[in-house]
Design a protein. Structure first.
Length: 614
């Protein structure tokens, strides 16, 4: 993640700064220090977890004071960010883990996503829509219709059989298809299967890099950041989506970017708040009913742009707009409470909530509308002239010079109404439809592709003694997902009991990507008077990073609890390392059925651990 501008951030010193001086600081400055001081997490990776770090500043210790008795800026930063965060990157070992570990994990992710990317050499699952739509966007500027049964010709290299001048009705916004199109253009065309998927693969590698840096900052530990990235690099859902040209991969990416920006905003805002509160105290005014304002928040603005782009991939990103908005407001309110601002709730609403709403919501809307730029500029786009054709003229008060804007906007609105009707009434039978209740344990994965061959047919060797199978199964690593289901409950309990803010991000991310789908499934949909629409387990890719963060949060909490017991802490490190090794081993076993490698049929069948996976 980007680093702060050293000229704008207050100078931070390691936690060894003496903290035993008596304090006569104003009482309101030191209220509730424990409420937001993040528990410590290790700086080193398992199994080499040691307790050689400098002693921590405890949450209930008296604040450090300057020679004249005033609280220092560093003490306020420790209150707001936690002692472990203050030491992050100070030691050489931590910096080594921070960069060498990151590079190693990214290389693993790149190999898993890019090796034999063109296999299978056919359009799989919904690639039949998004790849061809992306290519027509790249070629014509709009999603063109295709003749009946065009896939065979497209797969053979005839990628220009689209019907020029005839737009296709599509039911998702365009930004994901534009990203697929960009990948194909940069790769030189669409005649090779790997070109259809290269954008997804690159985004998948970048997402792993992002998660390493996000987890490192969230848990204030380079080792735990590397652990999170490793789990993401080898998870099946992440690998499969990185090797197919579907939209959900790009939805996950922009949501993850938005969360990373909000995490950076949390730290930047708290640094600025600590600096300005320290200035008030040094000036003799102290902190009273209300706290200081901290200015325009560029990281929050960047998060809003990212959320707008996420909505431009799929509308399900709207749930993240709501969830992340509430999350960042909660973080702001708690920061002001931690500093002892007496009217922290009222102050937070006026200083943070209102500006957040006024900045983020319009930015999200504008970013989303901007994703439709190609639709606006190309008159051949689907329903582009609907308003003009159907006589929906601008009202009398609308300026005549802007009639075109009115008609195009009205046409886009009608298009959105049709898209909404489609998404809320989709109720077709599908063999791999899955109720969201089972998503969290991957009870019914989605089969993107499956073929069986007799010896001598297709990729099956002539001397094979059994049939062969090739499969692309959107199935997460079972160990990750089954541990993740437990970790969510444990993380929730720890977050509540210990008031551990680190649990909030992972839990909110999973909730936003998972719980809303219950509204569209039986029996909730029927109770609300709606329709139980067709939904699939592969939608879970959007919250895979947050599920992994929940697992890592549990590991971090166990290390916190054993912080004063080096043997127990080392045991946690060893167990974590052993479990990670098992997870990697399971991914090696499942990798063939995530990537369409030809394997004996019996091998494929042996990996179907649950009957519902077939």
């Amino acid at each position: 993640m980007p680093q702060h501008d050293a000229n704008r951030d207050p100078q931070v010193v390691p936690a060894e700064t003496p903290t035993d001086a008596a304090s006569d600081a104003p009482a309101e400055v030191v209220l509730d220090v424990a409420a937001d001081a993040a528990p410590d997490v290790p700086d080193a990776a398992p199994p080499d977890v040691t307790d050689d770090a400098a002693p921590d500043v405890t949450a209930d210790a008296a604040p450090a004071v300057a020679g004249d008795g005033r609280p220092t800026r560093e003490r306020l930063l420790t209150q707001l960010l936690g002692a472990r965060r203050m030491r992050l990157g100070v030691t050489g070992r931590d910096r080594l883990w921070g960069w060498a570990g990151t590079v190693a994990v990214v290389l693993v992710a790149a190999f898993a996503r890019l090796w034999e990317l063109g296999r299978p050499a056919v359009l799989v699952f919904d690639e039949t829509y998004y790849v061809k739509e992306g290519w027509s966007l790249a070629s014509l500027g709009y999603e063109a219709a295709w003749p009946e049964d065009p896939n065979a010709a497209f797969e053979a290299g005839d990628v220009s059989s689209y019907l020029t001048g005839q737009a296709e009705y599509v039911v998702h916004p365009p930004i994901g298809k534009w990203m697929i199109a960009l990948g194909m253009r940069l790769a030189g065309g669409a005649t090779e299967p790997w070109q259809w998927r290269v954008a997804s693969a690159v985004i998948g590698v970048l997402a792993v890099l992002l998660l390493v840096r996000i987890a490192r900052r969230l848990f204030a530990s380079s080792a735990l950041g590397v652990l999170a990235g490793l789990l993401f690099a080898v998870d099946g859902e992440a690998i499969v989506h990185s090797r197919t040209g579907l939209l959900d991969q790009f939805l996950m990416f922009w949501v993850l970017v938005a969360f990373g920006c909000l995490l950076m905003d949390r730290e930047w805002g708290r640094r600025r708040l600590a600096e300005r509160v320290a200035h008030l105290v040094d000036a003799g005014s102290g902190v009273g009913l209300y706290g200081p304002r901290i200015g325009f928040r560029w990281w929050r603005f960047a998060a809003a742009v990212s959320l707008g782009l996420a909505c431009g991939v799929k509308w399900s990103a709207l749930w993240f707009v709501v969830a992340f908005g509430l999350l960042t407001v909660f973080w702001d309110l708690w920061a002001r409470r931690t500093l002892g601002i007496r009217r922290w709730w009222e102050d937070g609403v006026l200083a943070d909530v209102v500006p957040t709403t006024l900045i983020m919501l319009p930015t999200i809307v504008l970013a989303y509308v901007a994703t439709w730029t190609g639709w606006f500029v190309n008159r051949m786009s689907y329903m582009r002239d609907w308003a003009a054709v159907n006589g929906h003229d601008a009202p009398g008060w609308w300026p005549g010079w802007a009639d075109g804007a009115w008609q195009s906007g009205r046409s886009l609105w009608q298009y959105h109404r049709q898209m909404w009707d489609f998404h809320t009434s989709l109720d077709s039978e599908h063999n791999y439809a899955a109720h969201p209740l089972g998503w969290i344990v991957q009870s019914r994965p989605t089969s993107f592709f499956w073929e069986r061959f007799s010896p001598g047919q297709g990729p099956c060797p002539a001397d094979a003694t059994h049939d062969c199978a090739t499969a692309v199964t959107s199935l997460g690593n079972p160990i990750i997902w089954w541990l993740g289901a437990v970790a969510l409950l444990v993380s929730l309990v720890l977050g509540i009991m210990l008031r551990d803010w680190r649990a909030s991000g992972p839990l909110v991310g999973v909730a936003a990507g998972w719980l809303p789908w219950f509204l569209y499934s039986w029996p909730v949909a029927e109770f609300l008077g709606g329709v139980s629409r067709t939904i699939f387990t592969f939608y879970t890719i959007v919250f895979v990073p947050f599920l992994i963060l929940a697992i890592v949060h549990v590991v971090a909490s166990l290390l916190d609890l054993t912080d004063d017991d080096p043997p127990a802490r080392r045991a946690v490190g060893w167990v974590t390392g052993a479990v990670a090794a098992v997870i990697v081993g399971v991914s090696v076993l499942f990798y063939p059925i995530w990537t369409a490698m030809p394997v004996p049929y019996d091998y494929w069948h042996s990996l179907m651990w649950l009957p519902s996976w077939i």
